[in-house]
Design a protein around this ligand. Sequence first.
Ligand SMILES: [Zn+2]
Length: 283
Amino acid sequence: MPLYRCLTRVEIGDGGRTSFWHDDWLPGGPLSISAAALYSHTTSPEATVAQALAGGIDSILAPRLSRVGARELDSLRAALDEVALGDGADRRSLTRCSGPRNKLITGALYRLCNFGGVSSANAGFIWRCHTPSRVSFFGWLLTLSRVQTRDTLLRKTIVDAAGAGCPLCDATLETASHMTLHCPVAARFWSTVGVEVPRDFHVRDLHLLPMPSSISMETAPTFALLCCWQLWKQRNAAVFRGEVPSLPLLLKLCRDDATMWRGRFPDSQRSHIDAWHVCLGGT
Ligand SMILES: [Zn+2]
């Protein structure tokens, strides 16, 4: 779904099936990009347009905003004043990679995913995983260092150098590699599941990170993405909700996802997920 969102625009009806932050439904494009500072303060990244408008924009934001965030909120309030929800369903149409009758052209999508022909070594690794599409999309952005870690916010001048440090340790710059691989919180996690992360390993090489030998080759890429996905969610829980990172909780959430994702694998590989549970501290 996240990839599909990048390719589509929504004409708002009742707002019930449109992501407030991630869909392209306002003239300026997705708010997670056009109002990135404000988005970094949301407490509900998955809110629909209907939910955000019913509860009011303040209901999905942290109480204190940065200066840039407050400015973006002012502009957004003006844009939201123009929005009136209707009774019908939201209507989504392809704006990229579309062919006759608004059908998706997969060849064009492949070229887009490879950034105009510059292919990513991770592309096959990510898109062949048995992850939910939102996790695949996250993985793709992660390996390109395009997730909203603080180095990215620094580049966009949304935070200054003093605000670009890791929220979970005293590292002076939070990068995608730091957050998922080298932050002490992440390092403890990887060590517990039996993964030795080489020093200076970069997240763009995630497909080369050696997984524990008990994890089958067929399921290893999905296992790696699952771990990164939960590390990202834990980081966001700490940043946006002030939750204290907990290794036992992180492992449990990974095991829960492993259980849920089992059905996404072919029958012949489903039993491989038992080994995931053992690595993740289950029995
Ligand atoms: Zn850190």
